[in-house]
Design a protein around this ligand. Sequence first.
Ligand code: FES
Length: 495
Amino acid sequence: MSEKKVTVRQEGKEDKVIDAPEGAVFLQVLKMNGYSLVCCNGKGTCGRCRIRFCGNGAPLPGAADRIAFTAEQLRGGYRLACMNRVRQDCCIQVEFVESRQVEAVTAYKGGITKPAEGKPEEKAMPGGDEPYIIAVDLGTTTIAMQAVALSSVREWQRGGNLHVFGEYSCMNPQRQWGSDVLSRLQAAADGQAEKLAEAVRTALAEGIGQLGRKLGKAPQGIWAAGNTAMEHLLMGLDTASLGRYPFTPVSLEEMELLPEPEYKGPRIGLLPGISAFVGADIAAGLLACGFGERREESCRLFIDLGTNGEMAAAGKGRLICTATAAGPAFEGGAAANVPGTDMIALLAEMLETGIIDESGLLEDAYFEKGWQKGALRITQQDIRALQMAKAAVCAGVELLMEALEIGASDVEQVFLAGGFGYYLDVEKAARIGLFPAELADKVTAVGNTSLLGTCLYGGDPSLREKTKDLCRRAEVMNLAEQPGFEERYLGRLNF
Ligand code: FES
């Protein structure tokens, strides 16, 4: 295979000439030469890997290029680096679109466990030798940590306050291998598993170290919860079976990890999970919201929205969980980089003003370039992505209720968890059909319940047993295999 010369231009940097094998994908060539990008890892859906060919050297645009760029941009030489290959000597300008920094939400709302009703968490400096634990929410996008007074975990259950001594958060460094779970599983399958594990372990060691230095002493325990793929990647477990049917995890048990050989603190305990798609973060969230009682008498729903949408329904002595891939829809539009909560508010507004119709179609005037409000641009592609995600969530909730043989009037409360849920305008979410309209007045946005549940799990051994029992008893529903799912999903696509 012959080599071609690719001259790379980037604003503020000197031109660089790279020898690239003919036929290589531009994105791979650039990544191997130090041009990093958090993206969809070459699936052609995020639109962030922009390059611009100098002069007339641009190849004919493919389908993904045509979706990502306007006709004018295509004429100007813009293409997606992941969808085009090196065919000849050429000169390109790298115009990667950096992803929005997502703030990790560490807040959760008082009142989500019955004894603490109405009381917000309180922050105070550690007194004397008061022991503390660190809880970690290992998210696909962000990592959030809290140092919590051990004694206050019991107080919280009796109606007191949870004393948070310190917080730390960062982006999950595994994002460089792709913003979604599947991209990372693919990267692990391509021989990057060790690097993925190392990246997240380093981030954990950094956060734990910072909190320890700030508080002047080591924690008594460190507990972390993530989705099943994140925990597997962190532990260095084989993830091959997570990425293909029947999606069997290597372990769903509580696990232990030493983040780095020279790390001196306590081992990190990882919470147990429920299934390949309903992980320890959801088990922790359910614990925080008071699920897991053996009788599970009252009918309640739990919805956690992020890169995945996980849902659970409890009642009549049963607890059923399910999950759906939400893609980037709730964490920023595929190309527009619009925060998911803004997306929902804007879509509700666009519906009211007739800029989109009930089927989600943009008015002719905006069809090609999208609709702009301030710095936010919403394209037809973003709208479709959100429609698919919200239809899957809504259909999932309905099927869970159907499995329990309950109607909306039987449901006492709906917990909307996750950083996304924390900022959500519930009324607008109901307007676009994120959940059945009859449930709207029962929805409470509860914030980062994964973090709260991890605090509780780490601070009280009896809650560990309760969580393990919850994980064992939970029934898992595979949405795709449910009769009628597709019909229902299609029926919920419209606004
Ligand atoms: S990496 Fe090219 S579109 Fe996402």
